[in-house]
Design a protein around this ligand. Sequence first.
Ligand code: GDD
Length: 304
Amino acid sequence: MRIFVTGALGFVGQRLLPKLESHGHWVSGCDRDTVDVTDASVVMQAIKAAQPDAVVHLAAISFVPEARQNPALTREINVGGTRNVIRALQESAPKARLLLVGSSEQYAPVSPSSGLLDETTPLLGVGPYAESKTEAEKMALEASAEGLDLVRVRAFNHTGPGQEPRFVVPDFSRQVALIEQGAEAVLRVGNLESARDFLHVDDVVEAYVRLLQPDVEAGAYNVSSGRATQIGEVLESLLHQTETKISIERDPSRWREADARVGDSSRLREKTGWRPTYSMNQIIEELLHYWRKRVRQDREKPER
Ligand code: GDD
């Protein structure tokens, strides 16, 4: 298949493109340096030139606090960008499948003990990020009623090497690595009470690859592990893996209301045979290893 990816240089895009190529697909992509998704005519030209059989729309503002600080920009990119991609597909590649990447944030938070969120759970998540993703999804759903082949992914948290260190697992891992290599032995945290459903980015990418197969039914799919991990457990696991004595400090600038979201991915599993392959421990160990190496490399880099 010919596959076009927006946000190709982002955390997920960088893992997805080589994976799609390894499956024999023809892959092209864009990022903000080449195609600004908020520019309708540029998006139109890019899709026209690519003539894709499928588009994976990753380009978005993805950090929840950033969306809260910039609601207008978030709407412009997350909703307006999606609108531009849909219109371009309708005009230039009407048979292509759109894999629209939404988020577990679209669901209202629930207590982890009250069960898993499935795709029929109402999309009542609030805040600029969640609302932008839900508005984009609604718009795409309208287009699907007019013929767009649409897969609506609701991705739960995913992490791995290369994710920006403002997200929680790389954030804590990086801080541990910095402290081990001489920084002040204080690790700054937000609210440790929240719980999330974490996947390794490669498992998420594998889910997207499978959902692009034309014989997989269109519709909504959770991409989730079904495991609840408290943020405090992530911290504890990291502290177990270091010999260095570290004190923990609450940082008000990182604090957010506690909430939890854990997803039921039965539909994805049944329709595609997908399974997550990484345990939470493997995910955390890999990140700590990655950040130890990266911090060391950054220190050894000659000053310019
Ligand atoms: N980033 C960060 N830093 N988060 C912290 C910290 C900290 O020091 N301390 C506690 N947390 C908590 C946050 O309050 C949140 O409950 C949880 O850790 C995860 O935060 P993030 O890693 O920033 O991710 P997120 O859950 O807000 O959003 C991510 O997952 C969504 C899917 O569930 C993003 O990747 C979104 O783009 C994605 O849609």
